[in-house]
Design a protein around this ligand. Structure first.
Ligand code: SF4
Length: 320
């Protein structure tokens, strides 16, 4: 059994162990755009991307970074008076801008006394040498990780979702970030149109061989006013059923090395604009279902790995 009664390396427990206190991630909107939406690569964006650039739970970008932090921290202090925060730049592509603007915005977040780290979501084609140097500088000063929305390793899917970069771009970004010892968290989406279960698990297997810090697993959500919703309404694909998703997540966890932190096992869809699957609003039920399935299989993260290094002994625990 893992710490905290979990059978996987949950990021919340990992950070608590690392820092000795509760660490909470705050979603911020740095006012950035995305080359896949501003016409540089495309005007359409990824087909699932919402109007807020996948940052539906961030504060308003009308507020500056300090105001966004103060607003959120004042609410969270009531629940976790001694908690500290990781400032998460979530909306759009957060390394897509003038280098001095990026520097200003990231340092603004770090200047808040309760912020102990940064999480920056971006595209692998927006990591120029200048950006990498800035990230390396930040990495030496704070607890930093970079989040990359890969979603799938399959080129046919990349084209279908209009991701506008090939897998080789992702591989180069991982190599570059590894050179600077910068933590990487990769996003995968389960249930993308025309992907079989085997293809989804191939993406997981591929990631489990990379030098990365974490994985975020998202259930595919169909949101209003997206191109995905248009395709869905035409009946071209179906979304996953709840039990199907739970089985798939557990299959995936069994393939992920125990040292890789798990940042998410569901998605957080804004329920007002959620078209499908409606069952996904029951986040607690999904997480409980995953825990129950792991228990039923007497399983845990990484159990299926054939590599000797990652085989846990029966009585071995990892720090969660
Ligand atoms: S890269 Fe991110 S922000 Fe840009 S269109 Fe795709 S999901 Fe949206």
């Amino acid at each position: 059994m893992f710490y905290n009664n979990k059978r996987y390396n949950a990021i919340g427990s990992y950070l608590k162990k690392e820092f000795g206190y509760k660490v909470i991630k705050l979603s911020l909107d740095g006012g950035f755009s995305c080359p896949n939406r501003d016409g540089t690569l495309s005007n359409d964006g990824c087909i699932f991307c919402s109007e807020k650039g996948s940052g539906d739970f961030t504060s308003s970008s009308v507020l500056n970074i300090n105001e966004q932090l103060t607003e959120q921290i004042s609410l969270l202090k009531k629940k976790w008076p001694s908690g500290k925060y990781i400032a998460y730049f979530q909306s759009y592509t957060n390394t897509y801008g003038e280098i001095n603007d990026l520097k200003t915005i990231f340092y603004q977040a770090l200047s808040h006394p309760d912020v102990i780290g940064l999480a920056i979501a971006t595209r692998p084609d927006c990591l120029s040498d200048d950006v990498l140097e800035l990230l390396s500088e930040l990495n030496k000063k704070t607890y930093l990780w970079i989040e990359i929305g890969l979603q799938s390793i399959h080129e046919k899917t990349a084209i279908l979702i209009n991701r506008c970069y090939p897998l080789s771009t992702f591989e180069r970004a991982v190599e570059n970030l590894n050179k600077y010892n910068i933590r990487i968290v990769v996003h995968l989406i389960f249930g993308l149109p025309n992907e079989s279960k085997d293809e989804i698990l191939e993406s997981v297997r591929y990631m489990s061989e990379k030098n990365i810090f974490g994985i975020k697993i998202h259930l595919l959500h169909v949101l209003e006013n997206t191109r995905l919703a248009e395709i869905y309404e035409k009946g071209i694909f179906r979304t996953l059923e709840k039990d199907e998703y739970i089985q798939l997540v557990v299959d995936a966890l069994e393939l992920i090395p125990p040292n890789i932190t798990i940042h998410r096992l569901t998605g957080d869809a804004p329920w007002r604009s959620l078209v499908a699957p409606k069952w996904s609003t029951d986040k607690k039920g999904i997480l409980n279902g995953i825990d129950k399935e792991l228990l039923k299989r007497n399983s845990r993260q990484g159990i299926q790995l054939k590599t000797e290094n990652w085989q846990l002994k029966d009585n071995e625990e990892i720090c969660l």
